[in-house]
Design a protein around this ligand. Structure first.
Ligand code: ATP
Ligand code: MG
Length: 558
């Protein structure tokens, strides 16, 4: 779409509206600063991509800044492998986070000092209750919580105990630091939440410097404050944590970003929680975090998705205030649309059936012109070898076709894409009655582009030369789950689709693909969009992933 200054521009979504208003009122002195704060406890998924595109998109559209900050406050589940994969994925999506990656763990000292400040104000205390006792005394939505017997420790005692917690004098779980707020608050998050717990565990960046670690609720708002984030955009489940973040920031009297919540992306036929994705990996339901069936960014990349397609998808789905389930088909639409514009067309036969052209000269080889991309004339043409023996798709021949079947049948004619019209004269079967070969005649006057005959047929099918084509493995993927919303089931693993991967080991592809490199993307005419697998494809053995299927666009009726 062309932008035109005289047109009234509508804000893209409600967050844009808020920011435009803030810029008008000069709330942040003209600044816009967003961030993406992943916890490095798994690989990123398409939901994270939505958050990245939203936050980075805002920074870009308003000439602001965008931070990539690891929320690495829990040493128990975090690994360097995840940090590296996340950086790679964010870069691949095209989000520019400036010179350096930020880490919440770099702020541990500052957070500690702020905790001491709250203790000194009488707003935090060291509690000896166990995690279970804290849970039990928290109360419910209808029953107020019970105050901890340690709640009224003196400031001096709290300061002393907190320092000794830091020094490592107590074992895991022996004590916590809790905010002193209100055990009967209607908002459970305000019932003296835990700020620090004792975890004697090495941290991936801090080593053994710390044995007390801040909770997410204590740390998160502080991280945004330290970095001067203006709009702290998060998903809806944090809406009722906001009063707690506000309480911390107000008690400390420090810079106070504005939190804005939006609905997280839920996608049909898959799961999105990192905990569950980890189970799929660990229990070997899939071949790693980057398995092409996974909703992870690395999985989608290996499947053949492009950053542009993912960005377009996040634009299409928009940003809302209410949770919903997004149809997986929308994601497929985005990549199909993108590959339709840019992917080179090639011929490939997944389940080959041999065709002998009995009236074609034995040793003749012709090179026919094939269009590389009808959507992009600048992509040019290429030469395809054609000879007496070719392979067609098994499904393009039927002995007893239904009415309206325009592909090949005995005695009928069909066009071979870019070549000739052929007619099936004889069906050859083996002893089991299975069709193993077709004997056909070709009509020399019907050559595509230069034929003299004006004969027309309704069916057009693809083919490869029997003597020039290359063998390839092709992996066809189906949905990972058999039901639309496995995420809402306790027994979600019972709904894993046992047939989500089909491996075809003896497909045939046209010879031009001998130069294909891992990651290259193609349209196999009539079959779909495929890419060369980055994990298993080698010079000796081509392996393709089907990215997405295609609607048959040039046979009038199948
Ligand atoms: P978990 O899967 O364990 O709930 P998470 O996906 O929330 O974890 P984080 O690393 O905390 O993992 O997420 C980083 C950021 O990505 C957060 O700001 C979060 O709001 C956002 N995010 C996570 N999942 C989605 C989603 N499905 N849709 C949109 N944004 C998301
Ligand atoms: Mg989270």
């Amino acid at each position: 779409m062309k932008s035109n200054d005289s047109e009234i521009k509508r804000p893209k979504n409600f967050i844009y509206e808020i920011i435009e208003e803030d810029l008008k009122t000069n709330k942040w002195g003209g600044r816009v600063h967003t961030r993406f704060p992943p916890e490095p406890n798994g690989y990123l998924h398409i939901g994270h991509a939505k958050s990245i595109c939203l936050n980075y998109g805002i920074a870009k559209d308003f000439n602001g800044k965008f931070n990539l900050r690891f929320d690495d406050t829990n040493p128990e589940k975090e690994e360097t492998e995840y940090v590296e994969s996340i950086i790679e994925d964010v870069k691949w999506l095209g989000a520019d986070f400036g010179e350096k990656v930020l880490y919440a763990s770099d702020y541990f000292e500052q957070m500690y000092l702020w905790a001491v400040e709250l203790i000194k104000k009488g707003k935090a205390y060291v509690c000896d209750l166990s995690a279970e006792e804290i849970r039990e005394t928290r109360g419910t939505l209808t029953v107020p919580g019970k105050e901890s017997p340690y709640r009224n420790r003196s400031i001096e005692e709290n300061l002393d105990l907190f320092e000794r917690m830091r020094k490592g004098e107590f074992p895991n779980g022996a004590k916590t630091l809790r905010a002193k707020i209100d055990m009967s608050s209607p908002n459970l998050n305000l019932r003296d939440p835990v700020m620090y717990r004792i975890i004697h565990q090495e941290h991936h960046r801090q080593g053994n410097k710390w044995c007390i670690y801040p909770t997410y609720d204590w740390a998160h708002g502080l991280e945004d404050s330290i970095e001067g984030i203006t709009h702290s955009i998060c998903t809806l489940e944090f809406e009722n944590h906001r009063p707690l973040y506000d309480w911390f920031l107000n008690e400390l009297g420090i810079y106070h970003p504005q939190q804005i919540e939006f609905a997280r992306l839920n996608l049909s036929y898959t799961v999105m929680s990192k905990r569950r994705l980890l189970q799929l990996v660990q229990e070997k339901y899939v071949d790693g975090w980057d398995d092409p069936r996974m909703p992870t960014i690395s999985g989608l990349r290996r499947r053949g998705y492009t950053p542009q397609a993912i960005r377009n998808f996040t634009e299409i789905i928009g940003v809302a205030k209410r949770d919903a389930l997004t149809d997986y088909a929308l994601l497929e639409y985005a990549i199909r649309d993108e590959l339709n514009k840019h992917a080179q067309r090639v011929m490939a036969v997944l389940r080959p059936l041999k065709v002998k052209l009995i009236n074609y000269p034995d040793d003749k080889i012709e090179y026919v012109d094939a269009i590389n991309n009808p959507e992009d004339p600048s992509a040019g043409t290429r030469k395809l070898p054609f000879c007496k023996e070719i392979f067609i798709e098994q499904t393009d021949f039927m002995e007893n076709p239904p009415k309206g079947y325009y592909r090949l049948t005995q005695g009928a004619e069909v066009r071979l894409r870019y070549a000739y019209i052929i007619k099936c004269e004889k069906v050859i079967k083996n002893n089991n009655g299975e069709i193993v070969e077709l004997h056909c005649t070709y009509d020399p006057a019907t050559k595509s582009g230069s034929g003299t005959s004006n004969k027309k047929v309704k069916g057009v099918i693809h083919w490869v030369s029997a003597h020039h084509s290359l063998k390839a493995e092709v992996r066809l993927y189906d949905r990972l789950f058999t039901i639309e919303n496995p995420g809402e089931k306790e027994n979600w693993k019972d709904y894993i689709n046992p047939n989500s991967l089909e491996i075809i080991t003896d497909a045939l592809v046209e010879p031009s693909l001998s130069n294909a490199k891992p990651g290259d993307k193609f349209q196999f005419e009539r079959l779909g969009y495929f890419c060369v697998d980055t994990k298993y494809s080698t010079k000796e053995k081509l392996v393709f992933n089907r990215t997405v299927s295609i609607k048959d666009s040039w046979t009038k009726k199948s």
